[in-house]
Design a protein around this ligand. Sequence first.
Ligand SMILES: *Cc1c(COP(=O)(O)O)cnc(C)c1O
Length: 389
Amino acid sequence: MKPIYVDNNATTRVAPEVVEAMLPYFSDFYGNPSSMHTFGGSVGSELKAARGYVAELIGAQPEEILFTSCGTESDSTAIHAAIRSNPDRKHIVTTRVEHPAVKNLVEHLGKNGYRTTFVPVDRQGRLDLDTLYKSLSDDTAIVSIMWANNETGTIFPVEEIARKVRERGIVFHTDAVQAVGKIPINMADSAVDMLSLSGHKLHAPKGIGVLYLRKGTKFAPFLMGGHQEGGRRAGTENTTSIIGMGRAAQLAMQTMDDENTRVRALRDKLETELIKRVPRSMINGDPENRLPNTTSIAFEYIEGEAILLLMDQHGICASSGSACTSGSLEPSHVLRAMGVPFTAAHGSIRFSLSIYNTEEEIDFIIEKMPPIIERLRQMSPFWQEGRIA
Ligand SMILES: *Cc1c(COP(=O)(O)O)cnc(C)c1O
């Protein structure tokens, strides 16, 4: 049985066009782009083209694109670069709903000499901009705010925030891993200084990331060694993956329309039908400012993990709103920050679609979910006690 994959915010299928573009560079053209010979140099010209496509996707200059090993490395590089090139500044601003790649790093820095502000969100996942702006000071080294949330799809007003942060002379970084390829982004007309993206969230392979670094932004490299990436990120280039990333960027420019029309309509159908057919269900997040592919739905009084297991029996792959760490089922920090009640956070499921999903697949999910939820609720003591429906 072919799985029905609606977990694209976790990772995506590598596009067949991307695989095709990469294959020759494993075996036929394996040269080192830094080599003096023509054999290596020909790989170098492909890397240059790939850098150009990625730059074009986000409206940047090719020199502003650094290839890294993943989104996490890009986030870490950006934050470390800012604090190391502003050594007198000891304050970092971020949000309560960041991906662990930013959240855990800033928490770590908070225990190691930095003052941190984690900006709260409201019940719909919208940022408290007042708290954000009031927290800025001459001691702030960096503000790092994600463009779109991976769990709820909520989009933050990053451009507006970046302008205000720049007026204060503070560096602004955004984790745009979930936004790039899904919504238009244009660094040419932006106050964002640094932006992270990741290949495997947009149909390129796992293990390739990008850091956009605006010309003139103070920078300190994370990896030191060779002169690759203009001395800003040492290490022999991951040539095949960079070429794949370039091809994926080209494809994203072509498919963004489909993502925002057909995929958005499929997402809307999925959530409208599920909310209608399943009592005590609701959407987590801002229904207005949201990625076109994502919906997080709370099914009250049951466990997300149990829902996922039954979905899996039908070949439906999604994610829950819990982080199953050390045996305790803690609801996700994102849903907790939003104040989603315990009974709803536990039963939250994230569906994240891609251009490869079809209407038949969505109809199948709509048909299978209500009996799954009903069955689990019949077994749930919370539902039996608290039942209102
Ligand atoms: C997936 C993800 C990351 C991490 O990217 P990797 O390439 O897996 O390291 C960072 N931020 C967000 C918002 C993500 O969704």
